[in-house]
Design a protein around this ligand. Structure first.
Ligand code: ZN
Ligand code: MN
Length: 489
């Protein structure tokens, strides 16, 4: 939803840093595994010892190409690594090897589905770069951990055309989803595998020139990104309305207080003294290599969603939800292959399975991740067990409401759906003589409502169905009740 203010509009551009799923660093053979002892995964190259030289990790290049293809980018045959110079304790070389004027990928886009509309967000460029190390601040001083130094990243830079916080978060979620589908990123925001800088500015409606922007640094949560941007837009409007000027600066987000705060005045590109990295040749990527990498492309979420819509006639709101995580979409595909009913399976996956997933992981629910890729719904309930339950519905043995009760039981017990239904006597009453008896009882007892119905008050019908269902303890087939009741009336 675009941000809505009577006088001002917001413009947002995102820079998403995504860690590539290589086991080795970008310019040396150190491990990228998360959680190693501090400085255990280091060597003379990534700690910048004199004379050490970088060697480019070709697997990282292929993954970066795959990211570019997945995000609809043009892959440039020649790209160049540059030195981005700045001084910081966790950057031992005194510069970061990145790409500047000649990035690996350019001109891509992502379509996001938000509030029943599809919005296209254009991507300006994707470049490769190495990560910096980490400063760990303690009361006795600051310690440096260089395990993360030189971890391979892609930086995905959107065009400044996002119009609100919700749209920004939806875009970041979709980028994450696509990268996880493609196997380029592990989607682990908590471990910092995906983090985002947001450039935010406001301007009076109708003004062509963009306002002065601030940059919110290193947000690694969809929820916090949304809150930080909302806060920052409101803050900038307040500054301008009070007659002040927005200062170009880098800001942090304090999630505990839900505020952004000034960190430092923002550098311009020329402050970084970029120049081509003399220790690395230009990166040449020919079409054969791009084709080879593209041939490994999986079915991406938008393609899958279109397939579901076509094959099972599902609405976009449902296909978008199912494909919002690869684990969920894979689960759905497997379920349909057993049950043979795309619609019934979809109803259960976006209904009960998602509910159970959210309850099992309140953290993900708060993050508004439809289903975290790390959580496989198969761990809650296997597709085989759920398929058996759905087959009981299809056979008319139980109705939907009873099935929900059985589903909850399946989550905690090892019994099968059939066993639960027979043990608890939940099988549906389809013995028409029993239903017939129940209907007669209700018609007698509710003579007033029957009279109302006959005088044209159709609404009363639902009430009467409910009464019959109650007589039968909720175990009857509602369609049969409907038909029989109509006939009798
Ligand atoms: Zn190393
Ligand atoms: Mn960067």
């Amino acid at each position: 939803m675009p941000f809505n203010h009577p006088q001002f509009e917001a413009t947002i551009g995102l820079e998403i840093h995504a860690q590539l799923t290589t086991s080795k660093k970008l310019f040396c053979f150190c491990s990228t595994a998360y959680g190693a002892e501090p400085n255990a995964s280091t060597c003379p190259v990534c700690t910048a010892q004199p004379g050490a030289l970088p060697v480019l990790n070709q697997e990282a290049v292929d993954l970066a190409i795959l990211a570019g293809v997945a995000l609809n980018c043009k892959i440039n045959n020649t790209s160049v690594f540059s030195r981005k110079n700045y001084f910081y304790p966790d950057l031992p070389k005194g510069y970061q090897i990145s790409q500047f004027d000649k990035p690996l990928c350019s001109d891509g886009h992502v379509d996001i589905y938000l509030n029943d509309t599809t919005v296209r967000i254009n991507i300006e460029r994707i470049h490769m770069e190495e990560d910096a190390g980490q400063s760990q601040h303690h009361h006795y001083g600051t310690l440096i951990n260089l395990n993360r130094a030189s971890t391979p990243l892609v930086e995905i830079v959107s065009r400044p055309e996002i119009t609100g916080a919700q749209e920004a978060a939806a875009y970041m979620r979709e980028v994450k989803n696509i990268l996880v589908y493609a196997g380029v990123n592990d989607g682990n925001l908590q471990e910092g595998s995906l983090r985002c800088d947001a450039n935010v500015s406001i301007r009076p409606k109708g003004q062509v020139k963009l306002g002065t922007r601030t940059e919110i640094k290193n947000v690694n949560s969809f929820r916090f990104l949304e809150k930080a941007i909302d806060y920052e837009i409101a803050r900038q409007i307040q500054v301008v309305v009070a007659g002040g000027r927005v200062v170009q600066e880098t800001r942090g987000y304090d999630s505990a207080k839900n505020v952004t705060y000034s960190m430092r005045s923002k550098e311009d590109a020329h402050d970084y003294r970029y120049f081509p990295e003399p220790d690395l040749l230009p990166l040449l990527v020919d079409q054969a290599r791009i084709d080879k990498v593209s041939s490994n492309m999986v079915e991406l979420p938008s393609v899958r969603a279109a397939r579901y819509a076509k094959d099972y006639e599902l609405p976009q709101s449902i296909t978008a939800t199912i494909t919002s995580s690869r684990a969920l979409a894979d689960y759905y595909d497997k379920l349909v292959s057993i049950v043979g009913d795309g619609k019934l399976s979809a109803n259960w996956v976006v209904g009960q399975v998602l509910r159970a997933l959210k309850e099992s992981s309140p953290e993900n629910a708060a993050e508004n991740i439809e289903a975290e890729s790390a959580v496989d719904p198969g761990q809650l309930i296997s597709t085989e067990r759920l398929a058996e339950l759905l087959s009981l519905i299809k056979e008319g043995l139980i109705n939907n409401n009873i099935a929900k009760t059985v589903f909850d039981e399946l989550l905690t017990s090892t019994a099968s759906a059939k066993e639960i239904v027979s043990k608890k006597g939940l099988a549906q009453v389809s013995d028409t003589s029993l239903i017939d008896k129940a209907i007669d009882g209700v018609l007698m007892r509710c003579a007033d409502q029957v009279a109302e119905y006959r005088s044209g008050k159709d609404k009363v019908f639902g009430f009467l169905v409910g009464q019959v269902m109650r007589e039968l303890k909720g175990k009857a087939n509602p369609t049969i009740i409907n038909d029989m009741l109509k006939k009798k009336l």
